[in-house]
Design a protein around this ligand. Structure first.
Ligand code: NAD
Length: 368
C-alpha cells in the first residue's frame, strides 16, 4: 500500500488535484494499485486557517508519506503577508526539510502537440529527455551573499557559487541511475572553462562514471553550448545533469520545447534512507497557481496528472502504471481534446474535469 500526502494548495492547485483524486479512485477500484491518501492545506489556504504556510502536523505527515503530491501555492491576495509565512514559505520548507536535492524535469513532446512548440515539428516530435537540476546548493544558497555600500556612490553585490564533492556526486549518481532505466546516456553541463565549480563538477562526474557507471555513456558540454544544442537538436540528449543555476535556465528552455506550462510535471528527490531504502520525494507541476484562470474550471490538469505518474515511477516502483498514465494522456490528446492553453485549429476545447475524465477513460480502455 502506498501512502500519499496530497497538498493541493491555492488557485488552480485544488482544481487540478481533483483530477488526480479521480484517477486515484479509479486506480484503487480497478486493481491498478492501492493508495491511501491524506490531504492537507499548504500556502495561502493554510495561512487563512492557521496563520502559517504549512503546519507542524502537515510536515510530520510529509516526512511519513511515501510521496508528497503538491499542487501550487500563491496568489495576489497574499502579496503583503509577512515574508516567513507567505505561501511560498510552505513549499520552501518542504523542499528544505525533506532534503530534496534532485529536481527531475522531463521534457516530453506528445506527438499530438508537436505543433504547439515554437520549434519545427521534426525537431521536437517524440522528444523525451530529462533535465536533472541540483536543487539545494550552488549560487542561490552560497555565502557570502551580500550587497555592500562602498561609500563612493557605488555598491557591490556578491553571490557565491559553491559546491562540495558530495553534492556533485549524489546528483551525478541520480543522473546515471535515471539513464540506466532510459536510453543510457548522461550529458553533464557546467562551465569549467571559466568557473572553479565547473572544474570540480566535471572532475567529480567523470570519476564517479569511471568508478561506478562505465556502462552508461557520458558526455560533457559547456552549459552555454548545451543551451544552444537544446534548441538545435534536443533529441541528442537523454539525461542532462547540471547545477542549480544552469538547471534553472536550461529546464525553462526545455519547457518551451513542449508547448505549454500546463503540460510539465516535475519530481524532487532526497537521499535514500539507509534503513528503509526509500527516498523522501515530492511531485508537483512546474506551473504556479495561475490566479488569472483559477475558479474557471479551464486549467490543464495534465502537468498535475503526469506529476502523479512520476510518483508512481520514482517513489512507488510502479513503472508500468506510470507508462499507462503517460499513454492515457497521449491518447486523450490524440482524440483531439485540448484545454484552452493548448488549443489548436480543429481541436475540441474541454474543461479541466472533462480532460481528467478523458484520461481516466483511456486508463479504463487499458484495463479492459
Ligand atoms: P503561473 O504558472 O501560475 O501562470 C503563468 C501563466 O500560465 C498564466 O497565464 C496561467 O494562466 C498559465 N498556466 C499555468 N498553469 C496552467 C495550467 N495548468 N493550465 C492552463 N494555464 C496555465 O505563474 P505566475 O502567473 O507567474 O504565478 C502565479 C502565482 O503562482 C504567484 O503567486 C506565484 O508566486 C505562484 N507560483 C507558484 C509556484 C509553485 O507553487 N510551485 C510556481 C510558480 C509560481
Amino acid at each position: 500500500m502506498a501512502k500519499l500526502l496530497l497538498l493541493p494548495g491555492d488557485g488552480i492547485g485544488p482544481e487540478v488535484m481533483a483530477e488526480v483524486k479521480k484517477l486515484i479512485d479509479f486506480m484503487n477500484a480497478h486493481g491498478f494499485g492501492h493508495f491511501e491518501i491524506e490531504e492537507d492545506l499548504v500556502g495561502g489556504s493554510c495561512y487563512e486557517a492557521h496563520k502559517v504556510a504549512i503546519t507542524e502536523p502537515t510536515m510530520r505527515k510529509a516526512h511519513a508519506a511515501d510521496a508528497v503530491i503538491f499542487g501550487a501555492v500563491g496568489g495576489p491576495q497574499w502579496d503583503s503577508v509577512a515574508y516567513d509565512v507567505r505561501p511560498e514559505a510552505g513549499l520552501l520548507r518542504l523542499r528544505k526539510e525533506l532534503g530534496l536535492f534532485a529536481n527531475i524535469r522531463p521534457a516530453i513532446c506528445y506527438p499530438a502537440l508537436a505543433e504547439s512548440s515554437s520549434l519545427k515539428r521534426e525537431v521536437v516530435d517524440g522528444l523525451d529527455i530529462i533535465i536533472l537540476r541540483e536543487l539545494t546548493g550552488g549560487v542561490y544558497f552560497g555565502e557570502p551573499k551580500t550587497i555592500t555600500d562602498l561609500g563612493n556612490g557605488q555598491k557591490r553585490a556578491i553571490d557565491t557559487q559553491v559546491y562540495d564533492t558530495y553534492e556533485i556526486e549524489r546528483i551525478g549518481r541520480v543522473a546515471f541511475e535515471l539513464a540506466r532505466k532510459r536510453r543510457n546516456k548522461v550529458t553533464s553541463m557546467e562551465k569549467r572553462n571559466v568557473m572553479k565549480t565547473g572544474v570540480l563538477w566535471h572532475e567529480v562526474v567523470k570519476e564517479l562514471h569511471a568508478r561506478e557507471f562505465k556502462d552508461v555513456t557520458l558526455e560533457h558540454q559547456l552549459a552555454d553550448a548545451g543551451g544552444m544544442q537544446l534548441v538545435r537538436w534536443p533529441k541528442q540528449f537523454d539525461v542532462i545533469v547540471t547545477d542549480n543555476l544552469f538547471g534553472d535556465m536550461l529546464s525553462d528552455i526545455a519547457a518551451m520545447l513542449t508547448g505549454s506550462l500546463g503540460m510539465l510535471p516535475s519530481a524532487s528527490l532526497g537521499e535514500v534512507d539507509t534503513k528503509t531504502k526509500k527516498r523522501k520525494a515530492m511531485y508537483e507541476p512546474v506551473h504556479g497557481s495561475a490566479p488569472d484562470i483559477a475558479g474557471k474550471g479551464i486549467a490543464n490538469p495534465i502537468a498535475m496528472l503526469a506529476s502523479f505518474g512520476m510518483a508512481l515511477r520514482y517513489s512507488l516502483n510502479m513503472g508500468k502504471e506510470a507508462d499507462q498514465i503517460d499513454a492515457a494522456i497521449s491518447a486523450a490528446l490524440a482524440q483531439g481534446l485540448r484545454t484552452a492553453d493548448i488549443k489548436s485549429a480543429g481541436a475540441t476545447v474541454v474543461t479541466t474535469s472533462q480532460m481528467g475524465d478523458a484520461i481516466v477513460g483511456e486508463m479504463k480502455k487499458l484495463a479492459a
